[in-house]
Design a protein around this ligand. Sequence first.
Ligand code: GLN
Length: 533
Amino acid sequence: MPKLIIITGGVMSSVGKGVTSASIGRILRARGFSVNAVKVDPYLNVDAGTMNPYQHGEVFVTYDGGEIDLDLGHYERFLDVELPRRNNITSGQIYLAVIERERRGEYLGQTVQLIPHVTDEIKKRLLDAADGYDATLVEIGGTVGDYEQLPFLEAVRQLRLELGEENTVFIHVAWIPFLKTTEEFKTKPLQHSVAELRRYGIQPDALVVRSEKPIDKATAKKISLHTNVPASAIFNSYDVDTTYRVPLVLEQQGMGEFLSKRLGLPDRRPALEDWQSFVEALTNPKHTITVGMCGKYVELKDSYISIVEALKHAGAALRTAPKLEWISSDKVEERPELLEGKSLDAMVVLPGFGKRGTEGMIECVRYARVNKIPFLGICFGMQLAVVEFARNVLGLRGANSTELDPDTPHPVIHLAPEQQGLDRLGGTMILGNREVEIVEGTLARELYGSDKTVERHRHRYEVNLDYLPKMAEAGLVVSGWRTDIRRVEIIELRDHPFFIGTQFHPEFKSRPGKPRPVFYGLISAALKLRGEA
Ligand code: GLN
């Protein structure tokens, strides 16, 4: 029988439902159970590919090329798994499938309705995901009471009936505010959100109460009384120094035992020692370095969340806290001298699309190159590093990417021949895993310690191979190539303590305790220069 752990959210969004779900996953994984994780996004977009990072945060890329919600990134990092794109289910996908089926006449003249047709489609996808796993997490995005959530709540309500209590657990995550004037927690909004959930026929089996500080017994008792959830199934996820501590907090309160019992899984001792030491290393750094983070979407930090996490993973492995100095490429474009005032130990030029702010990003590359600051360019950042090199080292005036200047006299970044002529925003994106061959005798080879790797991609434009001989003469080395087709994957500079750019996105494969080589390399280079390595 499939076993589902269904997680809903109440009171308000952004209180860490994704992290809670991921933490529950880690707790089960620590017991050796196989766990799948699904994120349901009730919005009508089919995927997150076209969504604005300002509004929604990073687009996470799966190994099979899905452009999906960033919560899947939490799951991958906490569970240490690689999830397929189909694990992000949106209303858009569900409705599209149902309507397409209707158009093909497959409903044989029936009236097509939310119940049962839409709910059946949802249930089918959830059951498919759960097939073959000891347990499957289903996080329902949004907050209970949202109109768009209704078909999903209805579907999981039906699944409880069909699979039985022993195979379904409902966990509701809700915030309780602490009122400073009266010095007490207020549980009313949470009570209301549970009442709302009951209106749809769902009584939560457990609550994860999110709060600023640990809640007291009396508060827990009150919550229990009003929500009909036994005190033993009320967990408290209070604010902690790092989200990576949440699995430890929940485990300490008996979450693992609760779930094992509830789902009839064997009672096993959790192996959380490695996780614990990672958290200790992360929260007790011996060194601090300042990392410039230059990009276009720096106002919303979630836009680059996987990169931020990747830096933390690498930092923890080196007992170093990376202090991030966000640099808006727009601002640098207006006032390049801004950079002079900063004392940076490392510079990351971030992924991106479109022209705005790119001259500022190029200036950040130049600044790092000339001042010998350890540099990592990711995707767009790598492409702009090539542009900078072409302009300022090779002296090719007006060199650019054709994405930014279609008429540039020196298209050092362009659409590769097989990409040209295809629809601009459609199908031409290279997405997901590609194998990369790493050239011997390079920095990349030293970092990876291997001649091959597989990394995830999300880009359209490529380094123009025609310019490579000239670049090589001037010290820009290609140290990684795609294995299936001749495309540049990694570049580096000879005359620099650490200067590397990747066409791929190394951040998506970084995990606690398993930092990705380029991030690890960047931070160790910064430490070395400070004489602290
Ligand atoms: N805009 C660039 C491209 O399409 C880089 C994309 C990225 O940074 N993800 O190739």
